[in-house]
Write a protein that binds this ligand. Sequence first.
Ligand code: ADP
Ligand code: MG
Length: 290
Amino acid sequence: ATPAALMVGMGRGAQLGVLVKSAASLEGASRIDTVVLDKTGTLTQGRPAVVRVLTASGMTEEEVLTLAAAAESASEHPLARAVVSEASNRGLKVGTPESFTATPGHGVEAEVGGRKVLVGSRRMLDGRGVSGSEDAERVLTTDGQTPVLIAVDGRWVGAIGIADPEREEAATVVQSLRSMGLHVVMLTGDHEGPAARVARALGIDRVFAGVLPSGKAHVVRTLQAEGRRVAMVGDGINDAPALAEADLGVAMGTGTDVARDAAGVALLRSDLRGLPAALGLARTTMRVIR
Ligand code: ADP
Ligand code: MG
């Protein structure tokens, strides 16, 4: 039987906007000493916006955006939504792709009006043998923007610079976690440049950038091998393996279903303050029981 104090703790969590799935999750949460936070959609608003469009191969900004938006129209990724909104803000007529495949942590591949369109990271383009985007990529990352690269029929045609502001409460939450004696780490599939910018702004000193979805779970295991008890906080499909691997998985309320299913705790509001609240609650509850 579940001790009454645990039931009370779980109920109290619900009042704080924190769904604790089981008594075991609450107990796990009380033992955490390290918190690993995903960047995009977790520490940042996940409502990124296009700030710059660079073009190549004689294409215009509008042509690049139209093709990229068509390819991204079926993707749930926050970067995809930024590209689609920008196209719509500019009044561009975006078609529906004939076919579409998303690769988490890389990007999307689609057929648009008979043309093969790739949209995503350099890993994505490298994997398909498309080169030439390196300089544009450097220009954008140096500026702290996330580059989204576009290729059409095997040729690089442009790069879209995207900026995603930190969540308003993120710096305070990192501060609270640290004052609880927790080691705070950032983990992201994004580039070093944008990752370092966000880490600096939030006071996070340990960063793993450029990590693929499968690699995220590996980072969690590496930290566990250091003897740490790890909570992983994330929002995306790409975070699910790491959420499952961690001693405690915490899903953002605004995250994907896949992330929520893999987690032991879900933040019901789109507010990171639920995180220190939940960890504090778990500690208090277990102190009562032990
Ligand atoms: P994070 O770990 O910060 O949540 P992701 O793992 O979701 O970031 O994405 C890592 C990188 O993969 C992105 O910075 C981007 O370069 C690329 N990417 C993934 N999905 C897409 C997409 N739909 N459109 C464009 N780029 C994408
Ligand atoms: Mg994310």
